[in-house]
Design a protein around this ligand. Sequence first.
Ligand SMILES: [Zn+2]
Length: 543
Amino acid sequence: MSSRSVCLVLLLAIVALASALRADTRQSKPPATSAASHDRRADALKHDAITEIDALQTLTQQMVDSIFSFGELGFHEFETSKYLVRILKENGFRVEEGVAGIPTAWVATWGSGKPVIALGSDIDGIPQASQKPGVAYHDPLVAGAPGHGEGHNSGQAVNITAAIAIKKLMERDRITGTIKIWPGVAEELDGSKPYFVRAGMFKDVDVCLFSHVSSNLGTSWGSPSGTGSIDVIYNFQGESAHAAGAPWRGRSALDAVELMNIGWNFRREHLRLQQRSHYVINNGGDQPNVVPPTASVWYYFREIDYPRLKELWDVGTKMAEAAAMMTDTKMTSMVITGEAYPQHSNKAVAEAMYANIQRVGLPQWSDADQTLAKALQRELKVREVGLASQLAPLGQPVPEERNMGGGSDDIGSIMWTVPTVTLRYPANFEAGPGHSWANGVAMATPIAHKGSTAGAKAQALTMIDLLLDPKLVAAAWEYFKTEQAKSPNYPYRPLIRPDDKPATWLNKNIMDQYRPAMQKFYYDPTKYKTYLEQLGIKYPTVR
Ligand SMILES: [Zn+2]
């Protein structure tokens, strides 16, 4: 018998034993109080879903570790998508690939009829974030290469595990409904979700459950602290000339870029404290002895609501026009990747999800997990709090006057299209500054595996509520159309313009440069139980 068959037999035995035990407890004990509002059928189904997800832990771990090992940047998640599409097809999902004009985007669908529940999560990595998992100091697998420095390797494991478990229960109990799964391609570039909305991907969707890595298990409703974002490239066109022989005949596009940036950095002092703006010069010319005839600068403008975001963008464009005037160059701008509309989570669904979060609870962390967490916290000189030990309360809306800005996610575009909530699951711990090698340390270790399993349970239990309780779907839409509609962000007005297209060419050079070296470290689950085992890393490795 192969080791796989042994596993299967063992697994079936565990499932049988667990359901026998459940039958007993159900007779002798009423459902837990956190589930008191749900009927007994939902309670029994939730019990079964948890059992199913526990039985899928190996698959969850393999997905987390595999995607970590691919470490792909936005729009180039080819290995990741190929791998996930294969798993989804093997599990009976129909998959449409290359959706919304994005080669690495897809939608997987199973089931029929209402409700239609869409599960989404991001899949892209961070430039220069390569890191050996389980090592509590900076130690790249491939120096300079991208990696999962935000933890986007775990969200699809959460969603797909939940979907496989729920599909099985829906088949067993003949429950009507449709499950859709989609990937957040190029989230770090705000690059796909507004285009998904534009392509009509959410037309028939009743509720969207998004998942994102975190240091705790939680969710929230209303507007969170944070911003929306628009990503714009300003291109300048000048005249080339010999930089020493005839500089007076040149018009430097790079001068325009620099003057725009100087103008912006002076103006920054007189902008609202809530704004965030940052840029990189993505084309600064070719070599110093050629007056740069072309140059461009790539800005992210962020503000907390749609009207202010538009205003901030207008200020940026004014700076660019002025810089072009000063240098006798021509300026054109394009929305380079996309937009992140300001976020808003649905109250009815978040409350249902939070009850499920309380039922699931936090994973049991081992001494090794705590040692890794505290060692990295020590390394980064932040508080040595270890891993989350207590559930966060249900997140409440952040009043405008208390929102001091922060990050964005292009899930915002979907949140104004259908009722949506974000599930945060504890596949990481507090330590890293975000978008850094440090945020990748935990992401292919037992911390990420257990955190993703906990996330899958919370996601699955919420799917059960949506499948069995049409009143919940109705309440979600009621909130969406009345309460959410009071926001200055309503109605959804896409910031991407009709002729803007996903910038699928971005990151190609970086991936072409590093992929050959990274390929040597792709995880092979047929040979190694875990990625840590394949890499020969002692868990945890600390100074
Ligand atoms: Zn993210």
